[in-house]
Design a protein around this ligand. Structure first.
Ligand SMILES: [Zn+2]
Ligand SMILES: [Zn+2]
Length: 293
C-alpha cells in the first residue's frame, strides 16, 4: 500500500474505512500524529483516545504492554507532520527504460520500484533512488506471481543489467533504482487511486494490456464481460448507510455514505461541542478583560 496523502490515510484508519495496516506500532504512530496535528489533542487526551480505540479495534491489545509505545509516539508526534504527495510523475525517459526490457514481469517490477522510490523520497527523505521494500509486497503490487526462487532470479537479472543496485552493506530490505530521471519531461502522472493498483496503472498507461477505468469511481480494472466497465465495488450501487468509527473513542456509529464530515459518535460530538463552546467563552472573556484594562 503506497500512501500519498498521510492525513487522509490516518483518518480512514481511525474511522474504520481502511484496514491495510497490520502493525500496531504503525497504527499508534498514525493516530498519535492525527490527534496532534489535526485534532489538536493534548497528550493526556490523545493517550486516552488511543487506548480506547485500540481496545475496540486491535485484536489482543493490553494497555500495559503498549503504554510506553503510546507515550513515545505521542511525544514524537509534534516533530512529524503528515506529508502529502499530489501525484507521482513518470517521465518519458523512465518509461522508455522500462519498456525496453521487453519482458512484462521485469517491466512491472521496475515500474513499482520506480514509483516506490519517488514516494519514499518524500515520505522518508530517501535519495538516489533508494527503496525500502519487502519482496512479497513488491511482487504482489506488481501482480507478478512466480515461485519464491524465481523472485530472487528476476531481481538478480535486473541487477545484472544495472537498472537496480544494492547498497554497500548487503541489506536485503533495500535497493537502489538506478534509472530515476529528474527532468520534467513527464509522460503521465499517477493519482492516489492509481497508486492502489500500480500494475494496472502500468498496463493502462503503456497500452500493454486492456485495463479500464470504472465509469463510476475511476478505479483501474481488468474488464470482465460480466460487469462491463463498472468495478465490483460499484455494482448494485453503494449502500446508503455505512458503519464508521469515532475518532475520539472508537465506538461504531452509522452515517449516510454521502456524509464525509462526521467523525465522532453522538456522545463524543456533544463533549466536543461543549468543550469548544467553553474555550470560545474563555477567549471572549479574556478579550473583554484585556480591553477593559
Ligand atoms: Zn467503481
Ligand atoms: Zn465517540
Amino acid at each position: 500500500m503506497m500512501i500519498l496523502n498521510e492525513e487522509k490515510f490516518a483518518k480512514e484508519l481511525l474511522t474504520g474505512q481502511n484496514d491495510s495496516i497490520k502493525s500496531i506500532r504503525q497504527k499508534i504512530d498514525l493516530i498519535a500524529r492525527y490527534n496532534y496535528h489535526v485534532m489538536n489533542k493534548k497528550a493526556d487526551e490523545s493517550y486516552t483516545s488511543i487506548v480506547k480505540w485500540l481496545e475496540k479495534h486491535h485484536e489482543i491489545f493490553s494497555e500495559q504492554t503498549y503504554s510506553n509505545v503510546i507515550s513515545d509516539c505521542i511525544k514524537k508526534a509534534a516533530k512529524r507532520p503528515f506529508y502529502h504527495i499530489e501525484g507521482i510523475k513518470i517521465t518519458k525517459k523512465e518509461i522508455e527504460t522500462i519498456t525496453s526490457r521487453e519482458n512484462l514481469r521485469h517491466e512491472k517490477i521496475l515500474f513499482v520500484l520506480l514509483c516506490m522510490a519517488k514516494q519514499q523520497k518524500v515520505a522518508y527523505g530517501f535519495d538516489n533512488g533508494l527503496v525500502s521494500y519487502k519482496i512479497t509486497d513488491l511482487f504482489k503490487a506488481a501482480r507478478v506471481s512466480v515461485p519464491v526462487d524465481e523472485r530472487e532470479n528476476i531481481l538478480h537479472e535486473l541487477l545484472k543489467v544495472g537498472l537496480i543496485g544494492l547498497p554497500m552493506k548487503n541489506d536485503t530490505r533495500c535497493l537502489f533504482v538506478k534509472f530515476v530521471d529528474e527532468s520534467d519531461d513527464v509522460a503521465f502522472e499517477l493519482s492516489e487511486q492509481d497508486c492502489g493498483e500500480l500494475a494496472y496503472a502500468y498496463l493502462h498507461h503503456t497500452g500493454k494490456a486492456k485495463v479500464f477505468r470504472c465509469s463510476k469511481c475511476g478505479k483501474l480494472i481488468k474488464q470482465s464481460k460480466k460487469y462491463g466497465d463498472i468495478c465490483k465495488g460499484c455494482q448494485g450501487g453503494a449502500p446508503e448507510m455505512k458503519l464508521r468509527w469515532c475518532v475520539d473513542c472508537g465506538s461504531e456509529f452509522l452515517v449516510n455514505t454521502m456524509n464525509t464530515k462526521t467523525c465522532r459518535c453522538d456522545a463524543c460530538q456533544a463533549d466536543y461541542r461543549r468543550l469548544y463552546m467553553k474555550n470560545l467563552m474563555k477567549e471572549k472573556r479574556s478579550v473583554s478583560t484585556a480591553s477593559e484594562s
